[in-house]
Design a protein around this ligand. Structure first.
Ligand code: HEC
Length: 128
């Protein structure tokens, strides 16, 4: 009986998705802040089309380059590459970094909140 319980527990654990590597307070804060983005973006490839482009593998990607998404000319022409520094500027005020882009989001003024959100995005958007 005990052996069965152990086997069951092991199968429950292995059924979990690839474990988030980071359970720090900052990561958890980032996950909470990402709730603002979730309606419009997924962080892993998905057949679901949302209002915004899929952000799976976004780090290192040219802005405006996800397949099958109709970007604004403004974002496509921006020549930005998404890394932590460009994401920080984007999330502070998207309209300032790429004027004329169509992401309906005012921005996050608090630098620590942006850092936490970016940490979450970096970990959760990495290819699995
Ligand atoms: C109301 C929907 C909406 C919300 C909310 C939103 N976005 Fe966006 N996002 C968009 C759209 C639409 C674009 C494409 C803009 C364009 O083409 O000009 C975009 C573009 C982006 C891009 C550029 C992706 C690429 O492939 O170049 C990033 C990064 C991004 N959003 C991150 C975020 C994050 C992080 C949040 C939460 C703080 C967020 N977005 C909130 C709709 C949204």
């Amino acid at each position: 009986m005990a052996a069965l319980a152990v086997a069951l527990a092991a199968s429950v654990v292995s059924a979990q998705p690839a474990a988030p590597a980071d359970q720090s307070a900052e990561f958890k804060r980032g996950r909470m802040l990402y709730i603002q983005c979730r309606a419009c973006h997924d962080l892993q490839p998905s057949p679901v089309e949302k209002v915004g482009p899929n952000l799976g593998g976004v780090i290192g990607r040219r802005a405006g380059s996800a397949a099958d998404f109709a970007y604004s000319p403004a974002l496509q022409a921006s020549k930005l590459v998404w890394d932590e520094a460009t994401l920080d500027r984007w999330l502070e005020k998207p309209s300032a970094l790429a004027p004329g882009n169509t992401m309906a989001f005012a921005g996050i003024a608090n630098a620590a909140d942006r850092a936490a959100l970016i940490r979450y995005i970096v970990l959760e958007s990495a290819p699995r």
